[in-house]
Design a protein around this ligand. Structure first.
Ligand code: FE2
Length: 274
């Protein structure tokens, strides 16, 4: 608890068992075989240029597939181009639902200040060997804004992750410097997105102070919504699969201009599902 308050992130070792992780990975393989992959929505992993097409905007309560923007080299397997699957795996797929709505995660959310936790977003991130792109420095509350701020990230390693296969890097204490620099939101015509700067940021984050968030398969990294984090491109021969859940507090207000909206599927109180 003290280390989370000081750093803005916390490693929870052995959050998931090896069997649970293997089940998720197997389920994703099954899903990929079923998902229609002909709509190639590109998800640029540089969050400053994130794609904002309808396929992306409507994905808040669906299971959709997003791709890396780079071209594969000759002979590279096409499946390596998948960047992620999101954003409602936790509500639409039985295996992911069972894994996501666990008492342990509800307890974590309650312990870290939520009154009425809800899982707003799930993402299965592939970060394929030699193909998975970088994710530029950002805070999660930029994308999942509530009033007051309440976003919590639960980043679960689906295999061992370290500096070689492009683990997360976190900037210790960055959540205490400023709560929110910008918002990624829908535009007024509701057909695209934009970044709205909330403060004039003259001096950039001191990224040289970032530390690698190394984790073993099954570990969970809890991220404060105002913590600055990022990851490099994966230049190794190893993949770096992760399952990432984001939670918000239903006691806070979730604005209608947040990029992620649920059109058909109501948001569920975690404690009513667990
Ligand atoms: Fe993030």
């Amino acid at each position: 608890m003290a280390s989370f308050e000081e750093n803005g992130f916390l490693l929870v070792e052995n959050y998931a068992s090896g069997e649970e992780v293997d089940e998720l990975r197997a389920q994703m393989e099954k899903l990929l075989a079923e998902i229609e992959l002909d709509h190639h929505s590109v998800f640029s992993t540089n969050v400053q240029t994130q794609t904002s097409d309808r396929y992306f905007l409507e994905s808040g309560d669906k299971i959709r597939c997003f791709f890396e923007s780079i071209d594969l080299k000759d002979g590279q397997d096409k499946s390596l181009k998948i960047n992620k699957v999101g954003h409602a795996l936790h509500d639409l797929n039985e295996v992911f639902e069972r894994f996501s709505y666990k008492q342990a995660l509800l307890d974590i959310a309650l312990q870290f200040g939520h009154e009425e936790p809800a899982i707003i977003q799930s993402q299965y991130i592939f970060k394929s060997p030699k193909v998975g792109g970088n994710v530029s420095p950002h805070t999660d509350s930029t994308f999942l804004y509530t009033e007051p701020l309440s976003c919590l990230g639960a980043w679960i390693a689906l295999e061992d992750v370290d500096e070689e296969n492009a683990c997360l890097w976190g900037l210790p204490g960055s959540h205490t410097e400023y709560p929110l620099y910008n918002r990624f939101k829908r535009n007024e015509s509701n057909d695209g997105t934009l970044f709205e700067d909330l403060v004039e940021r003259k001096d950039k984050w001191k990224l040289s102070g970032a530390v690698p968030l190394v984790a073993k398969k099954g570990d969970l990294i809890l991220l404060h919504g105002s913590n600055v984090h990022m990851s490099e491109a994966n230049q190794s021969e190893r993949s770096r699969n992760a399952y990432v859940l984001h939670l918000v507090d239903l006691a806070a207000e979730y604005p209608a201009d947040n990029w992620l909206q649920r059109e058909e599927l109501p948001l569920r109180k975690m404690r009513e599902v667990v």
